[in-house]
Design a protein around this ligand. Structure first.
Ligand SMILES: Nc1ncnc2c1ncn2[C@@H]1O[C@H](COP(=O)(O)OP(=O)(O)OP(=O)(O)O)[C@@H](O)[C@H]1O
Length: 261
């Protein structure tokens, strides 16, 4: 549904992404892995409408698109969950989920916010991605980071996003928080969204991912499925560029259709 073809983004004369090609299908989690500076954040910027590509194409359902703003990307159904989330921290969980689309009851001029409906919508939206036991009245800043991400994911699914892009928090998360986010991400996948998960953690990637896009110096150094690699392979690939090169060469021998990547 979302496809990158020969996508190139330059910062000055240096390509941060260099002829990247990948198809991001609905109901799949594509993990983007790579060393610092390999182009992961640039990929997120393009998908989320923060940056425009210089060459190549970004296709949505086969139609070339170019997002002039993050709002345009969101309107096209691509939701990005940022490291510091754009939710209102002092407001309640339900206010954050319903922000801008609060349910009302009664007819004008007596129309009022329907708080009960908003609470229920929020609990259901969270349940839909497998998150239970959250008090919709608690302020968002009292939620653990993993739950905050889950809330942002629930919001994206609730408002009908088709693709979900997650940039991994740089702050280390506990296992419990990773589990929560993993659960929400799997929930989004089950709802048919195309999930793009940028991560530095190959074990986590292998746990939740269907597909692994390895970037090195802005190029696709590997486009692998679970059938191609196990968790140890991914860890080794992340640890050493040399191994990555060797694997790329081997895969290109086995699959000439991969071409010069
Ligand atoms: N605003 C910018 N101006 C100039 N060069 C940039 C800019 N942003 C990124 N770059 C360069 O583009 C390349 C890709 O950077 P990018 O941030 O996308 O990588 P990354 O894989 O996300 O790295 P990290 O894991 O450190 O976040 C790097 O060489 C980086 O130095």
């Amino acid at each position: 549904m979302l496809e990158l073809r020969g996508l190139t983004v330059r910062h000055g004369s240096v390509p941060a992404l260099d002829r990247v090609g990948v198809t991001l299908e609905g109901g799949r989690i594509t993990c983007v892995l790579g060393e610092n500076g390999s182009g992961k954040s640039t990929l997120v910027s393009v998908l989320s409408g923060l940056r425009r590509h210089d060459e190549g194409e970004l296709l949505l359902d086969g139609v070339p698109v170019r997002f002039p703003s993050p709002r345009a990307a969101r309107a096209a159904g691509i939701a990005t969950v940022w490291q510091d989330l754009a939710v209102a921290p002092l407001l309640s969980v339900w206010r954050n989920l319903c922000l801008g689309a609060e349910p009302t009851r009664g007819a004008w001029p007596l129309r009022r916010l329907d708080v009960d409906a908003a609470r229920e919508t929020t609990v259901r939206a969270l349940e839909r991605i497998g998150v239970t036991g959250v008090d919709p009245d608690q302020p968002v800043n009292s939620l653990r980071p993993g739950l905050r991400q889950s809330l942002a994911i629930a919001r994206a699914v609730h408002y009908g996003a088709r693709a979900l892009v997650l940039d991994e928090p740089t702050e280390p998360m506990t296992i419990a928080q990773h589990t929560l986010v993993g659960q929400a991400v799997l929930g989004a996948r089950a709802q048919g969204l195309a999930v793009v998960l940028v991560t530095h953690n190959p074990r986590y990637a292998h746990l939740v991912g269907d597909r692994f896009l390895l970037l090195a110096r802005g190029q696709v150094a590997g486009d692998l499925t679970r059938a191609d690699v196990d968790s140890d392979d991914l860890t080794r690939l992340m640890a050493g560029g040399e191994e990555l090169t060797a694997l790329t060469t081997r895969l290109q021998e086995l699959h000439p259709e991969l071409g010069d990547r």
